[in-house]
Design a binder for this molecule. Structure first.
Ligand SMILES: Nc1nc2c(ncn2[C@@H]2O[C@H](COP(=O)(O)OP(=O)(O)OP(=O)(O)O)[C@@H](O)[C@H]2O)c(=O)[nH]1
Ligand SMILES: [Mg+2]
Length: 408
C-alpha cells in the first residue's frame, strides 16, 4: 500500500512539473523587476547540446531579483520518473512572422533613395551628358556632390577621376554614363571594407551586439529590425532592453521581439542598464542562442557621465561574453552634425560599425561616404523606411546604383 501511495505521489509531482513547463512555453519576456516571475523561456530555443557554462562573477549592482542568485551546492541529478506528458498545445495568438533573409534586401529597397537620386544622381547625369564640359559645368558637378554631403575629399577624388575621362564622356551613351558614375561612386564608398556583422557565436558563447547613439536616432527600431534580419537568416536571438530610462522603451523593444518569437530581457524603469545588459547576455549564454542584441538609451554626446555609462555596460557584459559588434546608429538627416556626435561616441566605446537610418528621408545620401571617411568605420547597415524589414546590409555598388537610378 505504501509503495502505491509513493508511486502516485511521484506521478503527481511529475505531472505538475510538466504542466508548468508547458505553461511557460509562450512567455517571451524575462522581467528583472522585484516582483518578476522566475524563469526564462525562449520561444525559439536552440536545443542545448552541452551543459550550461559555470556561473561567473556577477557585477556589482546587478539586480536580477526574482532569479536565484545564491550559488547552489552541487546536487547529483536524480533520474526523472517516466511520465507521459500531454502534447504541447499551440497558443492560438502566437503566430510568428517570418522576415525575409538579409540577402537582396538593398536591391529591393534602393528605390527608397529617390530623394538623393533626384538631386545627386540626376543632377550629375544632366551635367555630364552635356556635349562639351566647361569649367562652370565641372563646378556644378562639384557643388552637386558637396550638396549631397559626399564631403570635400571624396568630391575632389570623383571630379578628378571624371575629368580624366572627359573624352569618354563626350561620346558616352546615357547607359555608359550611368555605368561610369556608378563605378566612380562605388569607388568612394569603400567597396573593400569589411562590413560583416559580428553576430556569430565565438568560443562557445553568443555574439553580442551593443547598439548606441543619440536620442531618436533609430536605435530601438534598428535593434528590432536586426532581430528580424537575424531570424530571417535562421539565427536564434535574445534582446536586451538596457534602455531603462523609460518603461516604454522596453515595451517598444518587446513588441519587436514578440512578432518574431524572440525573447526580450528587461528591467524595471530606472534599473542599472549594465545589469540588464548582463542578464540579457547571461540568458543568451544559458540558452545557447547565436546572438544577443542590446538596446541602450539615447544619450547626448555632450553628457560625459552618460558616455561613461556605455563603457560600463560594455565592461560588465564582457564578464559574460565579449561584445562582438558595437553599432553606432546615426540619423542620416542630421548630416554633418551626426559626424560630430559620432566622434564622441567612438572615443567612449570601440564602435565597430555604423548604422545610417532614415536614408529614405534625405536628399543627402552622400553622407555614407563622409561618415566612413571621417570616422574610419564602415557603414554596415542602412535604414530605408519605417517598415519592419526596411533595414538592409550596406552594399556599395547596389547603393551607388540607387543613387544614380535607372537600374530598376
Ligand atoms: N523613415 C525612417 N524612419 C525611421 C528609420 N529608422 C527609425 N525611424 C523612425 O525614427 C523614430 C525614432 O526611432 P527609435 O528607434 O525609437 O529611436 P531611438 O534611437 O531608439 O530613440 P530613443 O530611445 O528615444 O533615443 C521612429 O519613429 C522610427 O520609426 C528609417 O530608416 N527611416
Ligand atoms: Mg530607443
Amino acid at each position: 500500500m505504501e509503495f502505491v501511495l509513493i508511486a502516485i505521489a511521484i506521478v503527481l509531482v511529475a505531472l505538475v512539473a510538466g504542466l508548468s513547463l508547458l505553461v511557460g512555453r509562450g512567455r517571451r519576456t524575462t522581467r528583472l523587476d522585484d516582483d518578476a516571475a522566475a524563469g526564462t523561456t525562449l520561444t525559439r530555443p536552440r536545443p542545448p547540446s552541452a551543459p550550461p557554462a559555470p556561473p561567473e562573477d556577477r557585477p556589482a549592482g546587478a539586480t536580477a531579483s526574482g532569479q536565484g542568485l545564491a550559488p547552489a551546492e552541487p546536487v547529483a541529478p536524480e533520474a526523472p520518473p517516466p511520465v507521459d506528458l500531454p502534447p504541447a498545445v499551440a497558443e492560438p495568438d502566437l503566430v510568428f512572422e517570418t522576415p525575409p533573409p538579409s540577402a537582396g534586401r538593398l536591391v529591393r529597397l534602393r528605390s527608397r533613395l529617390a530623394r538623393s537620386q533626384s538631386s545627386l544622381g540626376r543632377g550629375l547625369l544632366t551635367v555630364l551628358a552635356r556635349e562639351r564640359l566647361t569649367e562652370d559645368d565641372w563646378e556644378e558637378v562639384e557643388e552637386t556632390l558637396l550638396a549631397a554631403d559626399v564631403g570635400v575629399a571624396a568630391t575632389q577624388q570623383i571630379v578628378d577621376r571624371l575629368r580624366t575621362q572627359s573624352l569618354v564622356l563626350a561620346t558616352a551613351t546615357p547607359a555608359d554614363l550611368r555605368a561610369l558614375l556608378v563605378r566612380e561612386l562605388t569607388a568612394v564608398l569603400g567597396p573593400d571594407l569589411d562590413r560583416s556583422l559580428g553576430t556569430d557565436r565565438r568560443e562557445g558563447r553568443p555574439g553580442v551586439v551593443l547598439v548606441v547613439g543619440v536620442n531618436g536616432a533609430g536605435k530601438t527600431t534598428t535593434v528590432g529590425k536586426i532581430a528580424r534580419v537575424l531570424v530571417g537568416d535562421g539565427r536564434s536571438v535574445v534582446l536586451g532592453a538596457a534602455d531603462t530610462f523609460r518603461a516604454a522603451a522596453a515595451d517598444q523593444l518587446e513588441t519587436w521581439g514578440e512578432r518574431v518569437g524572440v525573447l526580450t530581457v528587461r528591467g524595471r524603469e530606472g534599473a542599472d542598464p549594465a545589469s540588464v545588459a548582463f542578464e540579457a547576455v547571461r540568458t543568451g549564454v544559458e540558452a545557447e542562442v547565436d546572438t544577443v542584441v542590446v538596446d541602450t538609451a539615447g544619450r547626448l554626446h555632450t553628457k560625459s557621465g552618460l558616455m561613461d555609462e556605455l563603457g560600463k555596460i560594455k565592461r560588465v557584459v564582457e564578464k559574460q561574453s565579449p561584445v562582438t559588434e558595437t553599432l553606432l546608429v546615426l540619423d542620416a538627416t542630421t548630416g554633418q552634425n551626426g559626424i560630430v556626435q559620432a566622434r564622441v561616441f567612438t572615443s567612449a566605446v570601440d564602435v565597430t560599425g555604423v548604422v545610417l537610418t532614415k536614408l529614405d528621408g534625405t536628399a543627402k545620401g552622400g553622407i555614407v561616404v563622409s561618415v566612413q571617411r571621417e570616422l574610419g568605420i564602415p557603414v554596415k547597415l542602412i535604414g530605408l523606411g519605417e517598415g519592419a524589414d526596411d533595414l538592409a546590409p550596406f552594399e556599395p555598388e547596389v547603393f551607388a546604383e540607387g543613387l544614380v537610378g535607372g537600374a530598376d
